[in-house]
Ligand binder design. Structure first.
Ligand SMILES: [Zn+2]
Length: 339
């Protein structure tokens, strides 16, 4: 045993390494539970009593030397690795994760781009509004259900301040300040007092467009709608208009597009009709023009409005509206390629 200890002492004294992995390998070789020095320590128990004193000293010396040598090697390697020579400037950079745009922002931008190409400019307004800009100026009768607390968030009861229920309030603000021609598009967030479910939320997003000039007719509106539908959903998209009612337009219509999932043949998404509703529109009611100081005998115009969530659902088949506001990155990262 004494010979073995002497051999190991020489071996350890002369140890050399090239990297930190080798140091760890040496530590395992000599000092781990199954290492050479540890097994010598185990053998020591069977040594005759008269030899124990000398052998014990030698063994302790060996263990100390081994530990010291490994510590020295480690210290030397750490000093070396922190020197400037070890920085590899040719190494490729860490991958850089690019964030994603929200699907609603992607679709909003796309809608604004399409109308931008038709000469519409973007107008924005406050989300906290008053009754005049949200309801009265837009021809809502005093007993219209939208004025009810159950449909509208009032900031303070009895005070004429509320969260806008549609972006039409921005149209009013622009018409009050500007004489025609007016050609604007108003994107923004709106609020309604609805129970939150997969198909309804207490806040959502709209885009409205307004065009007022001399001799604007329903035919102009129809062409703009057709252009928008083809740009947004593809060149084969067809549109149809159904008569409807809104307080601020007369006549009013709702527009359907041919179902972009089944191409109009009928599927569960379009309830087998081949059509899906996407927006409301109409000629601006003369009362609204007069309310905003525009001469309705000289000027006419059209307005249209759509929910951005609705268009996004159609484009990406998002089945639950709540996904848009839950900030789940597993959902949001799916739109990386679309940005
Ligand atoms: Zn369909």
């Amino acid at each position: 045993m004494i010979n073995k200890i002497n051999v190991l002492l020489v071996e350890i004294r002369d140890l050399k390494v090239n990297n930190s992995e080798e140091i760890e390998a040496l530590r395992i070789k000599y000092l781990s539970k199954k290492g050479e020095i540890t097994s010598l320590m185990n053998d020591f128990r069977h040594v005759a009593a008269e030899e124990k004193k000398i052998l014990g000293q030698k063994l302790n010396e060996l263990k100390e030397q081994a530990q010291k040598k490994i510590n020295e090697l480690k210290a030397g390697y750490e000093n070396q690795s922190s020197s400037d020579d070890s920085i590899d400037l040719s190494r490729t950079a860490y991958p850089y994760h690019v964030g994603t745009r929200h699907p609603l922002s992607i679709v909003k931008q796309e809608i604004c781009d399409i109308f931008g190409r038709l000469g519409f400019s973007i107008a924005e307004g406050p989300e906290i509004e008053d009754d005049w800009h949200v309801f009265s100026s837009l021809n809502f009768a005093d007993d219209h259900p939208a004025r009810d607390m159950q449909d509208t968030f009032f900031i303070q009861q009895g005070i004429d301040t509320l969260l806008r229920t549609h972006t039409s309030s921005v149209q009013t603000r622009v018409m009050e300040k500007t004489q025609p021609p007016i050609r604007i598009i108003c994107p923004g967030r709106v609020y309604r007092n609805e129970a939150i479910s997969y198909r309804a939320h207490c806040f959502f997003h709209q885009v409205e467009a307004l065009y007022i000039d001399k001799n604007v007719s329903f035919a102009d509106l129809k062409q703009v709608l057709l252009f928008f539908a083809k740009e947004m959903f593809g060149p084969d998209t067809k549109i149809r208009l159904r008569p409807s009612f809104f307080p601020f337009t007369e006549p009013s219509a709702e527009m359907d597009i041919s179902c972009n999932l089944c191409g109009g043949k009928g599927c569960p998404f379009c309830k087998h009709t081949g059509w899906v509703e996407i927006l409301g529109c109409g000629m601006v009611d003369p009362n609204v023009l007069e309310n905003c100081g525009i001469d309705s005998k000289v000027y006419s115009g059209y307005a249209l409005g759509m929910g951005i969530e609705r268009i996004t659902n159609l484009k990406y088949q998002v089945k639950d509206l709540r996904m848009f506001s839950e900030n789940d990155v597993r959902f949001l990262r799916q739109f990386e390629a679309a940005t």
